[in-house]
Write a protein that binds this ligand. Structure first.
Ligand code: SF4
Length: 755
């Protein structure tokens, strides 16, 4: 495991001075989120107050975590930086590539076979560059981070959207794209728009069937899937303090479902208890010494309306258990109303599966509460009507749960214990009971329930609930079952009710594990050879992109004029292509295949100006590349919105596209293009988009004078020889122009390292 106590102590040693300075600069009491943000500025102590939702600010995160799917390209890129070691503590977790089917032992063996080259690659790169490596089966990234690395007041980034889970231990933990992680690994600052702040005041305390999960199910219902966008959600109040740290983790985890940048809680005794129970006494001791800086100022929580951009209040004593879904996590329904709502909407009432676990809900408390329900079914002779599946969040939690007899209780209900991995939560589920597109219902304690997410079937209605509610519903086999009211019939034909769940926050005998699956890196990794097979179809070492020749770009052909929305999904589709995430050339065969061609309104069907024929975008672009013909992609508004995946910038660059010229960019994608050495331009006059014709050639006639704030002139030569000359804008500052000159940001870093 090896958390970095020296790093944590360093963060804490600076915190008081930085928080006090920030309070003076901002001129008012501070929320916890502000304390963490201002104490992690790249340039040290605060010198100015940042405008929330407006200013872009550079930060210095303390840690990075990567999961196996996203780590591949991130690490391939990092290898280009010419560094000996990662600049901040980093871990890699193998959890997404393991399919759930028969049960842990067999499934893990199968994954180790089918994805061995990816795992071997990740392990060897980790070993070489000082990265902690967690083997397949060791656990799910966010549970492992919470158990080992998260610390109050820290800032981390991770290449997975549920990195936010670490807010349960009072961190500001944010999910990012691989390119951002590479920057920080390579010793560069990380940029973020200073977030807005949403305060959630929790009063009362949880009881009965209501769990921490219901807090976020309720919040999701209030904020909806976009309500938290660009904001940190900060929870406070007596209700917050009364909850376990892992319960807080569940709430923060699902903050991703309302689009929040992250969520967090102030340091309290529950965090102290969790740190000590997970063998981090020295972290708890260090946190206690500066605890006033690890929570919001009293005045902020006394008058939250004055300090947060929005405030929500939830009384936990009145909160009812919920089920959210289907198809969206913000469709919140109290259990008591589910029967009526399911009927109205024609949702299948019979429940096929109850799935418990994932990074969202596999704490000891979760498992004990769910087991307390499962045990009643066994004791009261009620046979479970649905199938049960459990995917523990880590080997530590699995081992401890097995030792304490919790898994046995589920096994007595014929549950399948899957690998400590994502499994059904990310569609890695070979579901044997239903094939095809039949309409059916499942309930789970995961976080996302979008169409097809669990099993690939668009007609699977997935509902999200607490582990104990999932257990109760799976036992009853009915979506409309309300355990506070409804009876079950047992094997003797008697009517029985399930009593309220009971849980244990932390194991009385402590956590235990025999083989946690952690592989520490070599102290000196210089002799480690990174393993990538020459003929691999999933992995490919990167070749540095060519530097700019310093000349004007002349004779570039139009590859595609994209019409309407063009997200990173349109530019680099997910789904089956995820398999090639570590192989730039292979994944480039999905380049822009989702973009709509403005001239025929078709996808993946563009004209090759060299022969006049139509073909798929990647094929046409490869033909241009073969002939050494540069190309231009033209786009509409907010080009590149959506996920921050760097492939959407790397693929066109790899295939030879030189310029992306659009009405406007989504900012992250624009930055990703810059990092990859592409020219990203916007029309000075948006109407010029209409001037572009299918057979156009572009000359960038003053690119040689590329400079900050200086427009670039583009001559558009039409097929009939006529010309339009337009002005385009860019947002490159001088350092970013250096990236362009060198062919990519990483090329420049490498050069600087070599100097
Ligand atoms: Fe993502 Fe699900 Fe895995 Fe958590 S368990 S990291 S939400 S796929």
């Amino acid at each position: 495991m090896a958390y970095d106590i020296d790093m944590i102590k360093k963060v804490y040693s600076q915190m008081a001075e930085r928080v006090n300075t920030a309070r003076e600069v901002v001129g008012k009491p501070l929320t916890l989120s502000e304390k963490i943000l201002y104490s992690h500025l790249w340039d040290g102590s605060a010198k100015e107050a940042y405008q929330r939702g407006k200013d872009y600010v550079e930060f210095a995160p303390d840690r990075i975590a990567c999961q196996d799917a996203t780590a591949q390209m991130a690490l391939l890129q990092f290898m280009q930086a010419g560094k000996k070691q990662v600049a901040v503590p980093t871990t890699v977790h193998c959890d997404h590539l393991i399919q759930a089917k028969m049960g842990a032992a067999i499934d893990l063996q199968a994954a180790n076979k089918s994805s061995s080259e990816v795992f071997d690659f990740l392990e060897s790169v980790s070993n070489k560059y000082g990265i902690g490596f967690w083997r397949p089966g060791a656990g799910i990234i966010h549970q492992v981070v919470l158990e080992n690395y998260a610390f109050p007041g820290g800032m981390m980034i991770g290449t997975d959207s549920h990195t936010v889970n670490a807010g349960g231990l009072g961190m500001v933990a944010i999910g990012v794209g691989g390119a951002d992680a590479v920057d920080v690994m390579a010793g560069m600052p990380w940029e973020l728009k200073f977030p807005k702040l949403i305060g959630v005041k929790l009063t009362g305390s949880l009881s009965g069937w209501t769990a921490a999960k219901d807090v976020i199910l309720k919040v999701a219902g209030i904020l909806t899937v976009k309500g938290g966008t660009g904001a940190i959600i900060e929870y406070f109040g007596e209700g917050a303090r009364s909850m376990s740290a892992t319960g807080k983790g569940t709430i923060c985890n699902m903050g991703a479902e309302v689009g929040a940048t992250t969520s967090t809680f102030g340091y309290d005794e529950s965090m102290d208890r969790y740190l000590r129970a997970t063998a981090r006494t020295e972290v708890a001791d260090a946190a206690n010494e500066i605890k006033e800086h690890l929570t919001g100022d009293d005045e902020v929580y006394a008058n939250p309306e004055q300090y947060f951009d929005e405030v929500i209040e939830i009384n936990l004593s009145e909160l009812k258990p919920h089920l959210n879904g289907p198809f969206t996590p913000d469709l919140a329904t109290p259990i008591s109303e589910m029967g009526v709502k399911a009927k109205e909407n024609d949702w299948p009432i019979n429940v096929d599966w109850g799935l418990i676990g994932s990074c969202t809900n596999s704490s000891y408390e979760d498992l004990t509460r769910a087991a307390s329900i499962a045990k009643q079914a066994v004791d009261k002779k009620v046979k479970a009507k649905s199938d049960f599946g459990i995917n523990p969040g880590s080997e530590q939690i699995r081992f401890t749960a097995e030792r304490d007899g919790l898994l046995k209780i589920f096994e007595d209900l014929d549950a399948t214990i899957f690998t400590n991995a994502c499994g059904p939560c990310i569609g890695q589920w070979d579901r044997s009971d239903r094939k095809g597109d039949e309409k059916n219902t499942i309930v789970h304690s995961f976080n996302r329930n979008f169409s097809k997410r669990a099993d690939g079937n668009p007609n699977t209605h997935a509902f999200v609930g607490s582990p104990e509610m999932v257990a109760a519903i799976a036992i009853s086999g009915r979506l409309d079952f309300d355990p506070t009211r409804d009876k079950l019939i047992n094997e003797d034909g008697e009517e029985v009710m399930l009593d309220e769940p009971t849980g244990i926050e932390l194991p009385s005998d402590g956590f235990a594990v025999e083989e946690d699956g952690y592989v520490p890196p070599n102290e000196d990794g210089s002799s480690v050879v990174v393993k990538v097979a020459e003929d691999s179809e999933r992995l490919q070492l990167l070749t540095p992109f060519e530097p700019w020749d310093g000349k004007n770009l002349m004779g570039a052909k139009l590859l595609i004029k994209a019409f309407g929305k063009c997200t990173t999904d349109h530019i680099s589709m997910a789904g089956p292509w995820l398999r090639y995430r570590g192989h730039l050339d292979n994944i480039s065969n999905n380049c822009l295949i989702g973009a709509i061609n403005a001239y025929n309104k078709k996808t993946n069907f563009v004209k090759n100006q060299l022969n006049g024929e139509y073909d798929g975008v990647p094929a046409v672009q490869r033909a241009y590349k073969k002939e050494g013909v540069p190309t231009v992609v033209v786009g509409d508004h907010n080009y590149g919105e959506g996920s921050s995946r760097e492939h959407a910038a790397m693929e066109p660059r790899h295939l030879g596209v030189k310029v992306v010229l659009v009405k406007s960019f989504a900012r992250i994608h624009e930055t990703n293009l810059k990092k990859q050495g592409m020219l990203g331009l916007t029309f000075d006059n948006e109407a010029d988009y209409d001037l572009i014709q299918e057979d156009d050639t572009f000359n960038f006639i003053d690119l040689e004078d590329f400079a900050p704030d200086k427009q670039i002139t583009v001559e558009i030569v039409h097929a009939d020889g006529s010309k339009d000359t337009i002005k385009t804008n860019h947002t490159y500052n001088q350092p970013q122009i250096e990236w362009y000159k060198h062919g990519s940001a990483l090329n420049l870093i490498k050069k600087q390292n070599a100097a």
